[in-house]
Structure formats: structure tokens, C-alpha cells
Design a binder for this molecule. Structure first.
Ligand SMILES: Cc1cc2nc3c(=O)[nH]c(=O)nc-3n(C[C@H](O)[C@H](O)[C@H](O)COP(=O)(O)OP(=O)(O)OC[C@H]3O[C@@H](n4cnc5c(N)ncnc54)[C@H](O)[C@@H]3O)c2cc1C
Length: 255
């Protein structure tokens, strides 16, 4: 096994140099431990004060990319009680993991079981990168390989008005990777923006009036077989849970 070099930068200028040398960022390290590391060195982001800042301004909640799920959930909850994003982050994995997993590492890795990606896509969140002052939509960041490799994520920017709504994660046991997640973001009484993660084709974003979405909820894309469950079962279950969440999120709780 080759020796791994470790670096502990204090500034983003040092990060730029380390990236140029081909070294990789280390957020919480929970994904890196599962990855074949094709690098000679890792740089830890936890000592850069800027990446742990947070605040709210002009209707946007800003979260530093080195914040953990635990800290980000607490910040979001204090800014907007009962929002779906803090609910999603506080139900992911288990407490010791939530104390390590960072926002930046989770967006870059974007695993299929992520509890963060769905809420970010449904709320039209964006990220700021060390390579640019201009924020990029999370959807663009996820689909644009060049953008992903242009720099590290420094900040996550979430429109505060878009995080009211509901969240559901489908697991067989509480501590389990979700096979799918559903986020419903309310943009007005009947205008909704939803994201379903888990389909074989990748996360699905649907926007529209509740009545239109209820129709599309019964025709989701296919899901792969997972663990003991068939793709057909998971898809049917996702359709049922989507209809249920659409009905109870700001709608008729008795439906
Ligand atoms: C047993 C287990 C269960 C889990 N369950 C869940 C779950 O239910 N829900 C959930 O959402 N997550 C879950 N996770 C976490 C998820 O699988 C990833 O491990 C996690 O999201 C990665 O975040 P990290 O901060 O640890 O990233 P790291 O492992 O530090 O890094 C991951 C990748 O991102 C890059 N990176 C790190 N920081 C940045 C940055 N700021 N900008 C750009 N690139 C960066 C790294 O170079 C690396 O390539 C679980 C993890 C484990 C181990």
C-alpha cells in the first residue's frame, strides 16, 4: 500500500495549490474510505474557517461546505422550523456519521442513497465553488463534469422560501441507506417542486400544480432491484408514497 500524504490547509489559496498538484479534498472521509483512492495525497477541509460559516441574507441561507449534516440541520432548523431539509439531514445514516458527513463531500459524491441531493434539487439550491464567484445550480454541478473538477465546493446556498414542505425516505430499517427519497417543496398553496431520488435513470425533478403532479405520480421511471426487493415493488412503493406526501404536504391531510 502506498504512503498517503496529508495536508491541512488554512486558506483557499492553499487549496488551489493542492488541487493543481492532483491531491483530493477530504470532508468527513465517510465516502473516501469506500473509494479506491487514485491520489497520492488528501487535504482536510476542517481547518478553513470560511468553510464552516453560515448565515441568512436576502432570503438565502448560506452554509459552508465543511459543515456536517448535524450542524447544517441545526442551522436550518433555527432559521426555518420544521423545514424538510433539516428533517432529511437529521434522519440520514446514524448520529456518529451525521457528525462527520459534510455538505461538500456529499454533493460531490452524490451517492444514490443521499438524503441531501433530493432536498437540494427540489429547493433549487446552488453551490459556490472555489474556482468562481458566480454560484452554480446544484443540478448543473451534478451534470457538468468539468464544473465538478474546476474547484472545491465552498458554500451551499438555499432559498429560504423553498424549504417548506415534506420529506420521505424509504428504508427497511431505520439505519439503512434509503432506496428512494421524496421531497415536496411548496412554492405557493398549489405550486410544488418535487424530487424523487432512486430511479435507475437518476433523480427526477417534477414541478407543477398539485393536481398535475398527482397524475404523474402514478407513472414514475423504473427502479432497479435492490437487496431483497424487486424494481417493480420499489417503483410501486415510490408511487404510493409520492401520492401520500403530495396529499399531506400543505394539502388535505385526510386524503
Ligand atoms: C455506513 C454509512 C451509511 C450512510 N448512510 C447515509 C444516508 O443514509 N444518507 C446520506 O445522505 N448519506 C449517508 N452516508 C454518507 C454518504 O454515503 C457519503 O459517505 C457522504 O455523503 C460523503 O460525505 P463526506 O463529507 O464524508 O465526503 P468525503 O468522503 O470526505 O469525500 C467524498 C468525495 O467528495 C470530495 N469532496 C469532499 N469535500 C469536498 C468539497 N467541499 N468540494 C468538492 N469535493 C469535495 C472528496 O475528494 C471525495 O471525492 C453514509 C455513509 C456511511 C459510511
Amino acid at each position: 500500500m502506498k504512503d498517503m500524504k496529508w495536508f491541512f490547509p488554512d486558506t483557499l489559496t492553499e487549496v488551489d495549490e493542492l488541487l493543481k498538484n492532483g491531491y483530493k479534498a477530504h470532508g468527513g472521509g465517510t465516502f473516501l474510505v469506500k473509494t479506491a483512492l487514485n491520489t497520492d495525497g488528501l487535504f482536510d477541509l476542517s481547518r478553513i474557517p470560511q468553510l464552516k460559516e453560515f448565515g441568512i441574507s436576502g432570503g438565502y441561507i448560506s452554509l459552508g461546505s465543511a459543515l456536517t449534516y448535524t450542524k447544517a440541520a441545526a442551522v436550518l432548523e433555527s432559521e426555518s422550523a420544521g423545514n424538510f431539509m433539516s428533517k432529511a439531514l437529521s434522519s440520514a445514516a446514524a448520529c456518529p456519521l451525521r457528525n462527520r458527513i459534510t455538505l461538500g463531500g456529499s454533493i460531490y459524491a452524490a451517492p444514490k442513497w443521499s438524503d441531501l441531493i433530493g432536498p437540494l434539487l427540489a429547493s433549487d439550491a446552488s453551490v459556490r465553488l472555489s474556482s468562481s464567484d458566480k454560484p452554480s445550480a446544484v443540478s448543473d454541478y451534478l451534470s457538468d463534469k468539468k464544473l465538478r473538477h474546476s474547484g472545491i465546493i465552498t458554500e451551499v446556498i438555499i432559498p429560504e422560501a423553498n424549504i417548506a414542505g415534506g420529506y420521505y425516505r424509504f428504508t427497511q430499517t431505520h439505519f439503512d441507506y434509503p432506496m428512494f427519497t421524496i421531497t415536496v417543496s411548496m412554492r405557493g398553496n398549489e405550486d410544488l417542486s418535487c424530487c424523487i431520488t432512486g430511479p435507475a435513470s437518476g433523480p427526477l425533478v417534477l414541478k407543477g400544480k398539485r393536481a398535475e403532479l398527482l397524475k404523474s405520480a402514478t407513472a414514475l421511471p423504473d427502479f432497479n432491484k435492490e437487496r431483497s426487493l424487486s424494481g417493480e415493488y420499489i417503483k410501486k412503493r415510490a408511487e404510493i408514497e409520492f401520492v401520500r406526501l403530495l396529499n399531506i404536504t400543505g394539502g388535505n391531510k385526510n386524503e
